[in-house]
Design a protein around this ligand. Sequence first.
Ligand SMILES: [Zn+2]
Length: 175
Amino acid sequence: MRLDLTLVNKTAWSSRDLRRFLLAGMRARGVEERTVIITYGKWDAHHGLGWYRYPQLQLSLPGPAAIARALAKGEEPIRYLELAQVLEHEIDHTLGLGHREMIDWWKLRPTWHEGITIEWEGEPVAISDIVRAAELPAPPTAVASSRSPRRRRLVRRYFTPPGARPRFTPPGGPL
Ligand SMILES: [Zn+2]
């Protein structure tokens, strides 16, 4: 099956990675052609919108402020299972299904997303923003020198190096 994906990516998440994720979901759901619009979400959960009987849908990913909030909690900014569930749900809307004909999206059990990660290609999120998001009383270095390997990995992937001038200012001002 030859898949035709038109990706309109309005975020700094990697378009190449998004294509891999979306194509895997389309293949799993058996749809050949879709336009997918990726935007920053209004709140921290992933959410989406599927056009009814029209091959277009929209998905939200976290923006810099939501990334800072997730990192402050030691969590991955993207919850891949949830994103895959929302994608399947929206694809079903584009096929003409309504909620009464669908099972709840959080009961969907996709596995096609496993092993696919989506990289952040925007400006690194500053430690000061993450500390502010967590309202931590400790100085930023306490986060950066965390003994938790998972947290250190997140630090390497997303944080501005300690001592570097924060380069990130959230759109619309401070968090
Ligand atoms: Zn719906």
